[in-house]
Structure formats: structure tokens, C-alpha cells
Design a protein around this ligand. Structure first.
Ligand code: SAH
Length: 203
């Protein structure tokens, strides 16, 4: 039912994702309800499809964000530290923040400065976002996310839409084919940098 989970408001979008089984937990439903996608998507924010945000980037479709949050949920507890690689519009960064508060930290790393700024600017549109930014709970930094963000490591979770050829460990979202196709920015040999920055079990 992906692509058919449209809404006319943020609330009906979340309801639709829930009805179609794309959101299965109340925690993800509550987090996505608390972040208005209209602050991040330039047009048709409640349609279940990706939208261009310029600079050859997109804000992913809502069902992709739901899937990322649901997949990582065990690691997104209050107080957790999360790295969002390729933060783009900043939407997923804020949804992740809603899941790890109180006490958590989410850093969005973006390699295009204009998009780093966009993520920050979009987050400032809500009181919650302004509060998180001013407290340093949410940060947008410029960098090559394939290298992670050592200054903030270790991370409880790293989420990335760019291709990570990582084996094992549930802490790192292993991008599904759709995420890889979506960005197609694969590079060999970088995943180890990210794995080393995780609080992985058995390490
Ligand atoms: N996470 C956002 C954006 C997805 S689009 C969302 O889900 O809506 C992918 C983003 O990754 C783009 O903003 C692109 O500029 C960024 N990106 C691609 N390669 C990157 C890299 N090596 N380091 C950091 N950001 C990267």
C-alpha cells in the first residue's frame, strides 16, 4: 500500500500510513504526528510520494520515513544518540528527534551546504524544532556522511538513504533497495567508518 497512503493533513497522512500497515507502532505514529511535513516538503506535503527539494535531492516519501523509523525503533529510545546521514529537508532528522526525546541527540550530516541550511531552517518553523536546535539536541552539520560524524560518536543508530554495504548488526539501517535506488550514491569501503562509530552489540 506504499504510494497510496495519502492524506489531506498531517494527521490524516499518519492515519493513512497506519491503516495501510506502514506504521505499526504508536511511537512512530506519535512522532510523525508531532512533526508537520508541510514545514519540510515544498509542495503536496501530505501525498505519499517524494518531492524535489532542489540540488538534485528529494524529501523521501512518507512511507519510506515510516519504514526507517520502524526499522530502527528498538534503538530509538529516549536519550539515544542518532546520526542521520543525508539530512536533506531535515524532516527525518526531526522525526528521529521526536523519538529520542527527552535527553536524546540527533545530528543530520549533509554534504551540500544549502541543504544543511535548509534542514535547519525547516526545523526552526516549529517551536519544538527551535527548542531542540537551541538546546543542541538537534544539529545539522556539513560533511561527507559516508565517513559518519566522529565528533558525535558513538551512535546508538545511524540512518542513511545512501548505500551502506554493511553486514550484520541492527543498529545501522541497512538501506533497502528502494533507498539505494533513490539516491544511488554508493561508494565502496566507507561502511567500516560508520560501523566503528556505532555502539554495536558484541564489539
Ligand atoms: N533524508 C532526507 C533526504 C534524502 S535525499 C529524506 O529522507 O527526506 C538524500 C540526501 O543525501 C540528499 O540531501 C543528498 O544531498 C544527501 N547526500 C548524498 N550523499 C551524501 C553524502 N555522501 N554525505 C552527506 N549527504 C549526502
Amino acid at each position: 500500500m506504499a504510494w497510496r497512503s495519502h492524506g489531506t493533513t498531517n494527521a490524516t497522512l499518519v492515519e493513512s500510513l497506519r491503516r495501510n500497515g506502514l506504521i505499526t507502532t504508536s511511537r512512530v505514529a506519535t512522532a510523525m504526528s508531532s512533526i508537520d511535513r508541510a514545514h519540510f516538503a515544498p509542495s503536496e506535503p501530505y501525498q505519499d510520494r517524494p518531492q524535489s527539494i532542489g540540488h538534485a535531492a528529494t524529501i523521501s516519501a512518507p512511507h519510506m520515513h515510516a519504514n526507517a523509523a520502524e526499522s530502527l525503533l528498538p534503538y530509538l529510545q529516549p536519550g539515544a544518540r542518532v546520526l542521520d546521514v543525508g539530512s536533506g529537508s531535515g524532516y527525518l532528522t526531526c522525526v528521529l528527534a521526536a523519538l529520542v526525546m527527552p535527553g536524546g541527540t540527533v545530528v543530520g550530516v549533509e554534504h551540500i551546504e544549502a541543504l544543511r541550511e535548509m534542514g535547519e531552517r525547516n526545523s526552526r518553523k516549529s517551536e519544538l524544532g527551535r527548542e531542540w536546535l537551541s538546546e543542541g539536541r538537534v544539529k545539522f552539520v556539513k560533511g561527507d556522511g559516508r565517513l559518519g560524524w566522529k565528533e558525535g560518536a558513538p551512535w546508538d543508530a545511524i540512518v542513511s538513504p545512501i548505500s551502506l554495504r554493511c553486514s550484520g548488526g541492527g543498529y545501522l539501517v541497512r538501506p533497502r533497495l528502494t533507498w539505494q535506488q533513490h539516491v544511488g550514491a554508493a561508494a565502496a569501503g566507507f561502511q567500516q567508518e560508520l560501523v566503528e562509530q556505532l555502539k554495536a552489540p558484541g564489539r
